[in-house]
Design a protein around this ligand. Structure first.
Ligand code: PLP
Length: 371
């Protein structure tokens, strides 16, 4: 038989598929009675807006027809929400799809893509799949105020003559750290205008730090800036796959050429529009997360663990040499966290902030397995 590995393009040959963590479906079946506590994927435990769920039910009558290939209604709602134009918007089957496509469109063999060490794993995949070289800027130190966070000065330094694209996450997954508005404005002013800067703001809705600002208002002045957002996290629609990018209309128009015509499905379009309109529900999720994030961080610190500051719905926690053993013993007690070996952080676990009851079960299980 032919070796399909050798048929694949060079960028794809060395690639390892995205690691989604545990096989959750299998684990759910195994722990039906114990009720699995799933704190591994940064999903929103408060669930989607009731209005979004109703919009899905209403949209069911139309699922025999193709969805709106332009996503016009959702784009108009997003444009109004952010004070931008529909032409600034690109819709994706989750923002993951768009993050991959930016590299496909703008970077290739002989060119490079810059990201930060401990940045979101998809950026490396995107660069490699496009056949471009990945240049990783060193992260801030483990002991910095933002442990392992993006070092924008180092990112700037990593940009070279062949750099086409820069990926940043603010706040970042898996570190939970963020960079401030002034640092970023300074950074952006120094990036050559032919280098596209993608700022992934998947967790922006959760942020309450006063030094943080979304990069969205900078899009009007910086045609090389792209900001991505998602309905998967604070809006609690991860199962439907809806994300979007905001950028200069001409950049969006280039991206539109490779977008699969019906990439966002009808239920996703309807639900996202309704979720966006339900500000009250979003606010409740964000407030619940903020309160539980603080309480969980406090409880972990009280147990002598090192917890990174977080503006997201998860915490990066250092467990030392024990991390792997603790993680697997937690799974056997029906509590799922995300191992960080893939990020070169084998001593850490990433913990999604759950509801009060979920966090309590996590802490109880943790006390058992660490005893
Ligand atoms: C969860 C996440 C995404 C969102 O992915 P979707 O494809 O929109 O569900 C994007 N970036 C980061 C950093 C994330 O953690």
């Amino acid at each position: 038989m032919v070796d399909f590995e050798t048929l694949a393009r060079p960028g794809v040959r060395g690639l390892r598929a995205y690691d989604p963590g545990h096989d959750l479906v299998a684990l759910r079946r195994r722990y039906v009675e114990a009720q699995l506590v799933e704190l591994g994927s940064n999903e929103n435990p408060y669930g989607a807006s009731p209005q979004a769920k109703q919009a899905i039910v209403d949209a069911l009558a139309g699922i025999h027809i193709y969805p709106d290939p332009l996503g016009g209604d959702l784009k108009r709602a997003l444009a109004k929400h952010h004070g931008i134009d529909s032409a600034n918007l690109l819709l994706g089957n989750g923002s993951h799809e768009l993050l991959m496509q930016f590299a496909q469109v703008f970077a290739g063999p002989g060119e490079d893509v810059v990201a930060s060490k401990f940045g979101f794993a998809v950026y490396a995949l995107a660069a490699q799949a496009a056949g471009a070289e990945l240049r990783l800027a060193p992260a801030l130190s483990r002991d910095a105020a933002m442990p392992r966070g993006h070092d924008l000065a180092a990112v700037l330094e990593a940009i070279g003559p062949r750099t086409k694209l820069v990926y940043l996450a603010n706040p970042n997954n898996p570190t939970g750290t963020w960079f401030g508005a002034e640092l970023f404005a300074d950074f952006l002013a120094r990036v050559p205008e032919h280098v596209i800067v993608v700022v992934d703001e998947a967790y922006a809705e959760f942020v309450d730090a006063v030094d943080f600002a979304s990069a969205l208002p900078l899009v009007a002045r910086h045609p090389n800036l792209v900001v991505t957002r998602t309905f998967s996290k604070a809006y609690a629609l991860a199962g439907l796959r809806v994300g979007y990018a905001v950028a200069h209309p001409q950049l969006i128009a280039v991206m539109e050429r490779v977008r699969e015509s019906f990439n966002v499905n009808a239920l996703g379009l309807a639900a996202a529009e309704a979720a966006l309109a339900d500000a009250e529900h979003l606010q409740a999720s964000v407030a619940g997360n903020a309160a539980q994030r603080a309480a969980l961080a406090q409880a972990l610190l009280a147990r002598g663990l090192k917890v990174s500051p977080s503006q997201t719905n998860f915490l990066l926690v250092e467990f030392g040499d024990d991390a792997g053993r603790i993680e697997s013993r937690l799974v056997s007690r029906g509590v799922v966290l995300r191992p960080m070996g893939g990020y070169g952080l084998g001593e850490c676990l990433r913990i999604t902030v759950g509801t009060e009851a979920e966090n309590r079960r996590l802490l109880e299980a943790l006390d058992e397995v660490r005893a």
